[in-house]
Design a protein around this ligand. Sequence first.
Ligand SMILES: *Cc1c(COP(=O)(O)O)cnc(C)c1O
Length: 398
Amino acid sequence: MPGFELFGDLERKEVNDVLDNGVIMRYGFDGMRNGHWKAKELERKLSETFQSNHVQLVSSGTAAVSIALAAAGVGAGDEVILPTFTFVASFEAVMMLGAVPVLVDIDDTLTLSPKAIEDAITPKTKAVMVVHMCGSMGNMEALQNICAANKLLLVEDACQAIGGSYKGKPLGSIGDLGCFSFDFVKTITCGEGGAVITNNEEYYINSDHFSDHGHDHIGNDRGAETHPFLGYNFRISELHAAVGLGQLKRLPEIIDIQKRNFNIIKDVLATIPEVTFRTVPEGGEESYGFLNFFLSDLNTARKVSNEFKTQGIDGCFHYYDNNWHYVRKWEHLKELKSLYPISEEVKSGLAYLKNADYSESDHFIGRNLSCLIKLSWTEETVRQRALKMAEIIKSIID
Ligand SMILES: *Cc1c(COP(=O)(O)O)cnc(C)c1O
């Protein structure tokens, strides 16, 4: 999935534009910039790509999630429903606002289980955050229905699914707000960066102001701008935005290559009856950044994962035993190891984690392997890789 694999003159040209006039900040300095507004230009282009009225670029995907929630008024004591299978950024971003992350089970889509959401809703629930993990998506229709019936905000974390769609709409553009990351391992990269997208003008204006100390961005004298409300600094720089402009041009090519490589591997693994694949909701089109498949049980998945490593099949993750993406290994969250005191609301709100039963999630993550799809592979390399993966799986099953 990583855009860093395709990197060169397109990005260099955009960055050089910025270096030529030296204005590396996105706001102000109008006279010096010779017409270069890289962040604004990238926002315009992303708004077309993601078919959303408004795009606010920010400093990271983690910041994007906090900003999206803040823009819609989520804060102290509010509960945000999240999946157990996600990135640590999800709960970090919620806790930064003093809100409580409520982790619930996933289903065979490897994203939020609609039933688990319904079971977790309380009077404090404000938002549902679906995380489109590893290039595919949640059952958006079911999630939209639940959110509408319970008057909850639907936020999409589409950081790992750039270029995927559901019923013709880009992932990220379906809920009330969508979040993207352009860090160095995402489908397209700015080095570091993120975006909040929305069709709601008020959420957009809030995101714009909040990510720049509450500045109203009216007029062309930053010192004279008013602060309608409190904010922070989550700005992206012009240099990062310039890299993103180059990368965005490559997005269609990146998705095409991913799709080709993904399908070669999937077709070979599909010949093994014991291998099954994650469910992609009807009308869903993956970004093909990862191929996720299930083996029959935890033990088999562990053995296959280890043998992949021994035999040089890199980039395949068994998240059950990995610290990155699954609740099982997040001791720092369960034990609330914080550098600073955490509010009583969040402390008591997270007490459920000590005894939470995530056997439903274990059932899926324990058997799942998630394999990164690289852009640099030739067709022949992918074929060889697929055959070797199949051979290893068969040797362990037999
Ligand atoms: C990468 C990622 C983020 C955070 O993005 P950063 O830009 O690295 O802060 C959030 N959510 C998910 C699902 C991610 O994969």
